[in-house]
Write a protein that binds this ligand. Structure first.
Ligand SMILES: C[S@@+](CC[C@H](N)C(=O)[O-])C[C@H]1O[C@@H](n2cnc3c(N)ncnc32)[C@H](O)[C@@H]1O
Length: 230
């Protein structure tokens, strides 16, 4: 048998948790009633028109956790459309609660692997992509599961518009080093930091996520990197 070429999108398999504690009453109601109305259709073209009814800019968050950052961005830009992908059901329920609490009408949700939705979007259709505290897979033998790898990055590059931002946050020093090394060698992206103050400053439209807050409480540094799609 010849060796099989490795899947360049090898993070496609989901390794994380699909569900945590049983959902409370409100969360279950949101999953049963609201999620079907906001879920990304499983077939057909995915464009701003099919998702939101007009030609608005689109942004995407990979692994939104409980959804507080995605809800923040959606409230800040009501004229944009936001797509979030997250396999963890309790996280999806968290985003649904944010959507209901803040009457947000510009978010669509995929409960599952971000890659499955990303690859269905038209090329150069995204104005921003957020990857905040991705699972770090710290062991070297698991490094191919990291989102920041050439296969997923080629897809991200294809889907972002020129000059669109690709934002990455991590509190793992090794993941930060991995990001910097891989992104430096990945054609079509430019790190926007020009001075140490850029590296340390926190953009006002980038609130901490739950993971960032937890990391800071543990005394970890949180790195934020902004890349521009060339
Ligand atoms: C460490 S958590 C960070 C959550 C959130 N972004 C935050 O900062 O609080 C990583 C998240 O990525 C999600 N995830 C893992 N693999 C994924 C994939 N292939 N597509 C989308 N989300 C994924 C996990 O379920 C988890 O919620």
């Amino acid at each position: 048998m010849p060796d099989q070429a490795p899947d360049p999108l090898s993070i496609r398999r989901l390794y994380g948790r699909a569900q945590g504690h049983p959902l409370r009453e409100r969360a279950q109601r949101l999953v049963d009633d609201l999620l079907p109305r906001l879920a990304i259709p499983t077939e057909g073209p995915l464009t701003p028109e099919t998702l939101f009814g007009d030609a608005r800019p689109l942004a995407f968050e990979v692994g939104f956790g409980k959804g507080e950052h995605l809800a923040f961005q959606a409230a800040r830009r009501p004229d944009w459309g936001f797509i979030g992908a997250e396999p963890y059901l309790n996280g999806v329920a968290g985003l649904l609660a944010e959507i209901e609490d803040h009457s947000l009408s510009n978010i669509r949700i995929h409960r599952g692997d971000a890659i499955d939705v990303l690859e269905r979007l038209p090329d150069q259709s995204l104005s921003a992509l957020y990857l905040l505290h991705p699972d770090p897979w710290p062991k070297e033998r698991h490094a191919k599961r990291r989102f920041v790898n050439p296969g997923p990055l080629q897809l991200v590059h294809a889907k972002l518009r020129p000059n669109a931002e690709f934002r990455i946050a991590t509190d793992h020093v090794n993941y930060m080093r991995h990001v910097m090394y891989v992104m430096q060698n990945q054609p079509g992206f430019e790190w926007t930091a020009e001075s140490p103050s850029d590296w340390e400053s926190i953009p006002e439209d980038w609130p901490d996520t739950r993971f960032a807050e937890k990391a800071r409480k543990l005394g970890h540094h949180v790195w934020r990197l902004i890349y521009k799609r060339l």
